[in-house]
Design a binder for this molecule. Structure first.
Ligand code: HEC
Length: 258
């Protein structure tokens, strides 16, 4: 009797494993973002500023159409190596709210280096309405707070692919992406080969653009990372020096005692 029950349980398990439902679950397994070799990773990491500058170009030419970057002013771009004149020109090309005119109507004015990056939408509601109900998140801290961090941002940006047969997104109009929570994302694939023009002549492949913009977002999230790393090394060396001094002193003070 026991053998019969065992055999039927085993047969049931085999049948279930072969059922189409579980085959679909297999197809739709979440993919783990492959770790990338980032210049800023590790305790001694510092930003590859050429990549950060290219990444800013990707943000400015692509992502800024939908994503705000509220934490940054145009003047902050001098920290990635742009000159004051370049920053002035970039800012002057953007318009930001400039208060009201004599009749009380809202007016726009060209931005200055002191202004925060311009908002792509007037409000969260407007952002949601323009994006199928899913407002694009602000990118100021995204590289720090996004689960999976820069590796997953890169994977997500390069991970769009045709949906497996039978995949129906929960939100109509969402795109299949095995790195997105729930396999779907409201953001249309933002990058393709040749999408941006790089000032330094680098070939703009999708992977290059994704890598650069991720580096830029990591910089925007923690612009002082390299300074902190440098200070950490200096403090460690200083403490080591103090420890050696203390050791020599101890030897000297106790040299008479045998
Ligand atoms: C056409 C508008 C649009 C553009 C352009 C765009 N995004 Fe998005 N993005 C969205 C929307 C909408 C969401 C929210 C999607 C959701 O919640 O399903 C989003 C979400 C994201 C997320 C979070 C994904 C998640 O799993 O929650 C990341 C990361 C992101 N975008 C990065 C970028 C980068 C980097 C660029 C520039 C290369 C970019 N986006 C360009 C509309 C856009």
């Amino acid at each position: 009797m026991r053998a019969v029950i065992l055999a039927s349980v085993a047969a049931g398990a085999i049948l279930m494993a072969a059922a189409p439902g579980s085959a679909r679950a297999q197809e739709r397994r979440h993919e783990v973002a492959a770790p990338q070799a980032w210049s800023f990773a590790g305790p001694l990491g510092r930003f590859d500023m050429a990549a950060v500058q290219r990444g800013y170009a990707v943000y400015a030419q692509v992502c800024s159409a939908c994503h705000s970057l509220n934490g940054m002013t145009y003047g902050d771009l001098t920290s990635i190596g742009l000159t004051d004149e370049q920053v002035r020109q970039i800012a002057a090309g953007q318009s930001v709210p400039g208060g009201v005119d004599a009749q009380g109507a809202a007016v726009m004015r060209p931005a200055t280096a002191a202004d925060h990056f311009r908002q792509p939408f007037a409000s969260v509601e407007a952002a949601a309405a323009a994006n199928n109900g899913a407002p694009p998140p602000d990118q100021s801290r995204l590289a720090l707070v996004y689960p999976g961090g820069p590796d997953r941002i890169y994977a997500l940006l390069t991970g769009y692919r045709p949906a497996p047969p039978g995949f129906v997104p929960t939100n109509a109009g969402a795109f299949y992406n095995p790195y997105a929570a729930n396999f779907e994302i409201g953001m249309p694939p933002p990058l393709r080969d040749g999408q941006v023009e790089y000032a330094d002549g680098t070939t703009a492949t999708t992977a290059q653009e994704a890598r650069d913009v991720t580096t830029f977002l990591a910089w925007a999230a923690q612009p002082h990372l390299a300074e902190r790393h440098r200070l950490g090394v200096q403090v460690t060396l200083y403490l080591l020096f103090l420890a050696i001094l203390a050791f020599i002193l101890k030897r000297k003070v106790w040299s008479d005692v045998h």
